[in-house]
Design a protein around this ligand. Structure first.
Ligand code: FES
Length: 192
């Protein structure tokens, strides 16, 4: 079995001893074909007596906004990890509502893909504030809605996978995208 690991370049040196078969803040492990952008190959022990070869590829580190310039509940559009189809995404500061994976002093700044995980419906312009809830949706195709405070889980509709969350890091006032948790709709791997 061959697997691919996508990760941020800053973790290149310590990956071999730490990568596990699970999602973590800056690593995404997925089954799939050989990755053209692989930078190394490692062995993973996934079950007793069994190992698989995993190829490691990098996510880009991309500055997407400044924290001081964000307005509460006003999304900022960007593309990540590239500008190819399927890369449209949004960043939003959710008015002090703490979120899983949120950054900033209030842990309320998050970013997500704009493509519905069901059949790729476009979610642009569908960020909504409902009391203390912050959601994206309803998807115009089959009405899925995703909770942005809880890693983009599905709260209604036909989708059954969470919305891919763009992993963020704060460096001073600069917000960087550094990875993705989940697989972007329409891709067999996030980094092409
Ligand atoms: S494409 Fe979004 S719910 Fe079907």
């Amino acid at each position: 079995m061959k697997m691919a690991v996508e990760r941020n370049g800053a973790e290149k040196d310590d990956a071999a001893g730490h990568i596990r078969c699970m999602m973590s803040r800056r690593k995404f492990l997925m089954t799939g074909g050989v990755a053209a952008l692989s930078v190394s190959t490692i062995s993973l022990s996934l079950f007793p007596g069994g190992t698989v070869q995993a190829e490691v590829v990098e996510y880009p580190r991309k500055r997407i906004a400044r924290l001081s310039q964000l307005k509460n509940d006003v999304p900022v559009d960007f593309n990540y990890p590239d500008d190819a189809p399927g890369s449209s995404a949004m960043l939003v500061k959710m008015g002090g509502i703490r979120a899983g994976g949120g950054i900033g002093p209030q842990e309320d700044v998050v970013a997500f893909s704009y493509l519905c995980t069901h059949q790729g419906g476009a979610l642009e312009g569908l960020y909504r504030v409902v009391g203390d809830h912050r959601v994206l949706g309803q998807c115009p195709m089959h009405l899925s809605t995703f909770d942005l405070t809880r890693h983009g889980i599905v709260v209604s509709g036909q989708a059954y996978e969470s919305l891919p969350q763009i992993l963020l890091e704060l460096d001073g006032d600069d917000i960087h995208a550094v990875g993705i948790m989940g697989l972007l709709y329409g891709r067999h791997r996030n980094v092409m």
